[in-house]
Design a protein around this ligand. Structure first.
Ligand code: 13P
Length: 248
């Protein structure tokens, strides 16, 4: 049985004080949930938020990292500095990083390998644009992203690897993929994992849906056979709304 995972991606929102206020509200609201709860604040908030959730059931993820451990890479985030402060997850290849910061599948692949090597659990994001979907290319795009981003990982420890299917047209638009469409692509991702990494990893890996998830649509998404959780953007910024998603 795959444990459901609900992760909040705050993107570039909340100052340190706002983040601390949020977690102190969230802790009692989700303390009895069966799902795994992860929040991904901005990099500047990580340390304080990680400290604030010590001894709770909330885990912390970063939204990005560089693939080198250290060195002359001005402005980048070192994976080693993340593990040192107790960060467990890292979102990699989010469509906003691909779109605004020109991250390629090759860049994402290096980061996935680096994260797995250092013991961070990647939440690898894949997803198609509206034009790609309209022209019937969604499956091809997902296939390409999966194979290029996961190249050369076969020999690594993969227990923590998480995939998030986030159709770009559903992010921040209020348009959610239908539960059937989301499940179809997620089942396809699981089939790709099975072909590449074997049936047992495919059976155990968690694949999330992301894109306009809210407390009003989470339940129907979670009823689908292959959807193991959600990567939530806007609706993760409000502690009560996010707790309702967690406790769907
Ligand atoms: P929204 O939930 O705001 O659509 O964002 C989804 C997302 O990009 C999560 O990573």
């Amino acid at each position: 049985m795959r444990k459901k995972l609900i992760a909040g991606n705050w993107k570039m929102n909340k100052t340190i004080n706002e983040a601390l206020l949020f977690v102190n509200q969230l802790i009692p609201l989700v303390k009895d949930t069966d799902a795994e709860v992860v929040i991904c604040p901005t990099s500047l908030c990580l340390s304080d938020v990680a400290r604030a959730v010590t001894n709770t059931n909330i885990k912390i993820g970063a939204q990005n990292m560089y693939y080198k451990e250290s060195g002359a890479f001005t402005g980048e985030i070192s994976p080693r500095s993340l593990t040192e402060i107790g960060i467990e997850y890292v979102i990699l290849g989010h469509s906003e990083r691909r779109q605004y910061f020109k991250e390629s599948n090759d860049d994402v692949n290096k980061k996935v390998i680096s994260a797995l090597n250092i013991g961070l659990m990647p939440i690898l994001c894949v997803g198609e644009t509206l034009e790609e979907r309209a022209s019937g290319k969604a499956f091809d795009i997902i296939n390409k992203q999966m194979s290029e981003c996961l190249q050369g990982i076969e020999s690594l420890r993969l227990d923590g690897l998480v995939i998030a299917y986030e159709p770009i047209w559903a992010i921040g638009t209020g348009k959610t993929a239908t539960k059937e469409d989301a499940n179809e692509i997620i089942a396809y991702i699981r089939k790709l994992i099975s072909e590449k990494l074997g049936g047992s990893i495919a059976e155990n890996i968690r694949i999330l849906y992301g894109g306009s998830v809210k407390s009003s649509n989470i339940k129907e998404l979670m009823e689908m056979s292959d959807i193991d959780g959600a990567l939530v953007g806007g609706a993760s910024l409000d502690s009560v709304e996010f707790s309702e998603i967690v406790k769907y």
